[in-house]
Ligand binder design. Structure first.
Ligand code: MN3
Length: 210
């Protein structure tokens, strides 16, 4: 099997009350597991079985729709779990490069948060909001539909995603019903800034936190 469902780095109830255990259990165990299984079925017997998921997504325009939808779903959720933590929330500390980059590119944390929350709230229907690094190592915010992401060669603005928020209803409906803005606010209480700054540094060869 080419791709495996990554282990969830915390218990289903670890992000409560911000993200409830039942949502986590279904989201990880049914949705993410489903994307993984369908991705493997879509690439079975093809050269894609030996490629990294990032490389598959970068050339996704050349692959069947099932690879786009399920490859995106596989990657996006893997990233999503990794950038949350029960010990997360607050603002990135000043020793983190991501702190400096947010100051530089958005003028401050609150301005960043407002722009990100707006991107998440205004994505119509199903999709994701992203914080990304562009080819000049600058941060930008965007959103994509369905299971697309900024690594794909089919989106409006390409970049390296380092923070993502799932705004599909399956991500919040059990606990928040139609109150997507409340879910977006709650997400900021569980963001794992250690993980985000590591992804930022990985996207900037040579960079590391103080
Ligand atoms: Mn989802």
């Amino acid at each position: 099997m080419a791709f495996q469902l990554p282990e969830l780095p915390y218990a289903f109830d670890a992000l409560e009350p911000h993200i409830d255990a039942r949502t986590m259990e279904i989201h990880y165990g049914k949705h993410h597991a489903g994307y993984t299984k369908k991705l493997n079925a879509a690439i079975e017997g093809s050269d894609l079985e030996n490629m990294k998921i990032e490389d598959i997504l970068a050339s996704v325009s050349q692959h069947p729709t099932g690879v786009r939808n399920n490859g995106g779903g596989f990657f996006n959720h893997s990233l999503f779990w990794s950038i949350m933590s029960p010990d997360g929330g607050g603002e990135p500390s000043s020793r983190m490069n991501i702190h400096k980059a947010i100051e530089r590119d958005f003028g401050g944390f609150e301005a960043f948060k407002d722009q990100f929350a707006k991107a998440a709230a205004t994505r119509f229907g199903s999709g994701w909001a992203w914080l990304c690094v562009d080819s000049d190592d600058k941060l930008f915010i965007c959103s994509t539909a369905n299971q697309d992401n900024p690594l794909m060669d089919v989106v409006d603005v390409e970049g390296t995603p380092i923070l993502g928020l799932d705004v599909w209803e399956h991500a919040y409906y059990l606990n928040y019903q139609n109150r997507r803005p409340d879910y977006i606010n709650a997400f900021f209480n569980v963001v794992n800034w250690d993980a985000v700054t590591k992804l930022y540094n990985d996207a900037n060869p040579g960079a590391s936190d103080l």
